[in-house]
Design a protein around this ligand. Structure first.
Ligand SMILES: Nc1ncnc2c1ncn2[C@@H]1O[C@H](COP(=O)(O)OP(=O)(O)OP(=O)(O)O)[C@@H](O)[C@H]1O
Ligand SMILES: [Mg+2]
Length: 266
């Protein structure tokens, strides 16, 4: 009898805040999972901006130009329709596409835009795991929680935490009672600061109530900005044929990605 494949685990990278590192983390997780032998599909639900799509295309070009065979996920671009009347039809098309991909891969990684639209909302509804990168800035914290800084007190959930709560209710109504939500630091300054400590403390404190686990995540490293053009990740640095010098910063970055990947499946 033919073996039935376990449906893909869907990891959505989302935050209602631009520039926090969603596409960078999506790419790094995809390569990490590929390196571990999983079959991986990536989906760019931010198809209009297309950062993840460009990252993957850059990797394809770099491999072709240098005769290299690096792991590349199977990639799908999803662009929003400009015709409001066609949104239901578009959502049906996306649903069929996800069902098909889900049956063929071990993992699907979905990158989302930094602000809400119907694709952003739909992507979250497919999540088994949701990863929310945020920097150590109080503006980023505002998406998760509204804080009374003077009295060191949390006033209420931020707009994105509210949205995730609504998504959880939607999932529960459709028979899915658990969403593995991880808030993950990114572009975290290397230096000690009261600001950073305050943000980390607040996230540790509210995680249980809001239903996420907090992971200190990735530091601010120039290497992440530089690798995009060649489509490379910190995980590729010591591959033979690349002739890159592995610095201590590369090594530390690689460990951060490994820790994040392990944090997803405790
Ligand atoms: N840990 C990091 N250290 C330094 N730079 C980083 C790090 N993570 C991401 N970046 C850089 O920050 C910028 C924004 O990253 P990215 O495009 O991944 O964010 P995003 O959340 O996907 O943005 P958008 O909301 O516009 O889609 C890019 O230039 C990227 O190279
Ligand atoms: Mg992006």
């Amino acid at each position: 009898m033919a073996e039935t494949k376990v449906p893909a685990h869907i990891i959505v990278i989302g935050n209602e805040k631009g520039g926090t590192g969603k596409s960078t983390i999506a790419m790094h997780l995809a390569i990490k999972l590929l390196n571990e032998g999983f079959s991986v599909a990536t989906m760019d639900f931010d198809g209009r901006q297309g950062s993840l799509s460009k990252y993957i295309q850059n990797r394809k070009n770099f491999c072709a130009d240098n005769n290299l065979h690096l792991g590349i996920p199977e990639h799908y671009v999803v662009k929003p329709t400009n015709d409001y009347n066609r949104i239901p039809e578009d959502l049906n098309r996306i649903h069929d596409l996800i069902l098909d991909i889900k049956s063929r891969y071990d993992a699907i990684i979905i990158d989302t835009p930094g602000s809400k639209n119907y694709l952003f909302e739909a992507a979250h509804q497919y999540a088994d795991t949701l990863i929310t990168p945020m920097t150590d800035s109080l503006i980023d914290l505002g998406a998760i929680a509204d804080i009374d800084i003077a009295n060191n007190r949390i006033k209420s959930p931020g707009h994105y935490a509210d949205f995730v709560w609504e998504t959880k209710k939607f999932l529960a109504a459709h028979g899915k009672n658990y969403l593995n939500w991880i808030v993950c630091g990114n572009k975290i300054s290397a230096t000690r600061s009261r600001n950073k400590e305050f943000i980390f403390e607040q996230l540790e404190k509210i995680g249980k109530t809001y239903g996420f686990r907090f992971c200190s995540g990735l530091k601010d490293r120039v290497i992440y900005r530089e690798l995009f053009l060649e489509g490379l990740t910190v995980l590729d640095m010591n591959l033979s044929g690349l002739n890159r010098r592995m610095t201590t910063s590369h090594l530390a970055a690689k460990i951060e990605i490994k820790n994040l990947a392990e944090f997803i499946c405790p």
